[in-house]
Design a protein around this ligand. Structure first.
Ligand code: M6R
Length: 607
């Protein structure tokens, strides 16, 4: 789960690569490096730590003449995040330099094989094994592309890589298998990168590479081949419409804050094209011709999983469709019990999460249908689904997912209304009312966000010494409690556990004392009475309680945090930013690295 970029063209390559790596840092940031060819030699710069450390190393200026190079920002999988293990890696004779994202699963066997043939290794990485394997292939052919094709037939696992050679100035080879890689086709310059923002300042014309495709390019040309047969593949160039500005901080201190505060706009964008504003009806043209499923099986990870679980409540409630929701890393290794009429739904912001993708592939291998709910256009989940609903949240850069979840909830709610109506469980009037209410949400959220943020700041200062939190909710608020806990953990490093409030008495209540605060979602719905009782049990054991609630509820808690009441499921759209801002403000208060929390990466493209 790293970021790679390759450039060949007319500009100085190093600044282009550094710029590209900055926009890829969300994919990994424990070390970085780049390599370029100049005067018949490969030059290599690498540094552990953030990109800045690499920039310091480069601050001599002597590197500015090269016009072809590759760069990498790493999230360690094999070997410590130090300089030796940082990419690019060179072969023994310093002829080739390679950057790689993913995991070579059989690297140990290949390494032993290469060592038997006299190869020596400097790092602990699987990447160095790959570059040495390619060099070994070149002992039998003069053609790099043939050596690459042979090497790809030897390696198992998921990867995307880019390669340069000392002997072929100006040329780059790149390939992918189960890891993202996109070609940027410019004028007199070409790029390959793990994600589009890496080259978006230079070109909007992109080519999505498929698994087992290999591209050879120089400044003026690019050709894509099937890796194993080396037959050319005709590819379509697509034009990216979104702006690089949309992927930048826009004056906010952190991407996470920008993305939380963008949610009113996300709500509007998400509805765009899905709702006929004149008649207030739902129009999901992407689903045309698809029968209403008799069962749904949602598969996802992390925040997308929490969104899926939230979806279960609305889909079962409104559409009467039974829903299973499963963590993709579990699902992919379970026996798949087929049930006719089941539609599998993959939810993924990035569309590149390895576990989600593997689950979806398992389903499709059995000939079963998959609906992708995805934010990144052209991502693997999207391309490998039978139908796709794009969530239209725009680029999400912060590692902690926020606005993507908001858009996933909207799409799941629209689906529930759409299928509920198709099944005659809800009438047109109800749909019209729901759509009108949805359209009133952005303004409501916009107006509430400043108040929510102020309250989050106040509470964080009070609770920042806590070492652990419970997050409790019931019904539709249970998945949100899970999400609140996930957000707090990942960016403030305070342990937090999301729980169904009614389950507390079956064990976890033993932990309650005056040092373990509970963040309760005590919203005014038909389960309020139940959660009130759960909170009394906590109070009786001296547990401090913050209750996120609506006006006029009666609660005996330490801190009451009121948000306006909206009928479920719309209440969730004010609960969600409150949870996000509480975690955000806590992380800021504690001085944590909000956008790049330790040990994490934005898209988890390894198992
Ligand atoms: O891109 P995806 O939605 O598939 O990502 C799934 C998770 O990796 C992701 O939601 C992760 O849990 C976030 N860091 C949560 O903030």
């Amino acid at each position: 789960m790293c970021g790679i970029i390759a450039y060949t063209g007319h500009r100085p390559a190093v600044p282009v690569i550094i710029q590209g790596l900055k926009s890829l840092e969300y994919r990994g940031y424990d070390s970085a490096g780049l390599a370029f060819e100049h005067s018949g030699r490969l030059h290599l710069f690498r540094a552990s730590g953030k990109l800045q450390a690499l920039e310091h190393k480069l601050a001599g200026g002597q590197v500015l003449h090269a016009t072809t190079g590759i760069g990498h920002t790493r999230w360690a999988t094999h070997g410590l995040p130090n300089e030796t293990n940082a990419h690019p890696h060179l072969d023994v004779h310093y002829n080739l330099a390679l950057v790689h994202n993913g995991i070579i699963e059989n690297f140990q066997q290949l390494k032993s094989l290469l060592m038997d043939k006299g190869c020596t290794f400097r790092s602990e990485t699987d990447t160095e094994v790959l570059v040495c394997l390619i060099a070994h292939g070149l002992e039998h052919t003069d053609s790099i592309i043939e050596a690459l094709s042979w090497s790809m037939s030897q390696v198992q696992g998921s990867y995307a890589f880019a390669l340069i050679s000392r002997q072929h100035p100006g040329r780059i080879w790149a390939a992918r298998k189960a890891s993202p890689l996109i070609l940027g086709a410019g004028t007199g310059e070409n790029f390959a990168a793990s994600d589009i923002p890496a080259f978006l300042p230079y070109t909007r014309d992109v080519v999505f590479l498929e698994d087992d495709e290999l591209v050879e390019m120089d400044a003026g040309n690019w050709t894509v081949y099937r890796a194993h047969s080396l037959t050319p593949v005709s590819k379509q160039v697509q034009r990216i419409k979104w702006d690089v500005q949309a992927a930048q901080k826009g004056g906010y201190r952190h991407f996470m804050l920008k993305e939380i505060l963008e949610q009113p706009k996300v709500l509007m964008d998400c509805l765009a094209g899905r709702v006929d504003r004149k008649n207030n009806t739902i129009n999901l043209s992407e689903l045309q011709g698809l029968p209403v499923p008799s069962r749904l099986h949602i598969v996802a990870c992390g925040t997308s999983f929490n969104a899926g679980l939230w979806g279960k409540y609305v889909l079962e409630g409104l559409a009467g469709i039974p829903v299973n929701v499963e963590i993709a890393s579990e699902f992919r290794y379970r026996v798949l019990v087929e049930e006719p009429g089941t539609l599998y739904v993959s939810i993924s912001q990035s569309g590149e999460t390895a576990d989600t993708l593997a689950g979806q592939r398992m389903v499709r291998e059995r000939g079963l249908p998959v609906l992708g709910l995805c934010n990144v256009v052209g991502s693997s989940v999207a391309r490998e689904s039978d139908r796709v609903l794009y969530t239209q949240a725009g680029p999400e850069i912060s590692v902690a997912s926020t606005k993507a979840m908001c858009s996933q909830l909207v799409m799941l709610y629209l689906l529930a209304l759409y299928w509920g109506h198709a099944k005659d469980r809800i009438d047109s009037r109800t749909v019209r009312r729901a759509v009108t209410d949805l359209y009133s949400l952005p303004a409501m959220m916009e107006a509430q966000l400043p108040r929510i943020q102020t309250m989050a700041q106040k509470l964080c200062a009070q609770y920042a010494r806590a070492r652990s939190f419970f997050y409790l909710g019931r019904g539709i608020n249970f998945p949100l409690a899970l999400e609140g806990a996930l957000k707090l953990k990942e960016i403030s490093y305070i342990h937090a556990q999301g729980y169904a409030a009614g389950e507390l008495k079956h064990g976890p209540i033993a932990l309650i004392d005056n040092e373990l605060p509970t963040f309760a979602l005590a919203l005014n719905n038909d389960l309020l009475g139940k959660i009130q009782s759960n909170l009394m049990e906590i109070k009786a054991r001296n547990g401090p309680i913050i209750a996120l609630t609506n006006p006029e509820t009666v609660l005996d808690v330490n801190d009451r945090w009121e948000i306006p009441w909206l009928e479920d499921p719309l209440n969730s759209f004010l609960v969600l930013p409150a949870l996000q801002l509480f975690a955000y403000e806590m992380a800021v208060y504690l001085g944590k690295d909000v956008d790049q929390p330790r040990n994490l990466a934005k898209s988890v493209t390894v198992e």
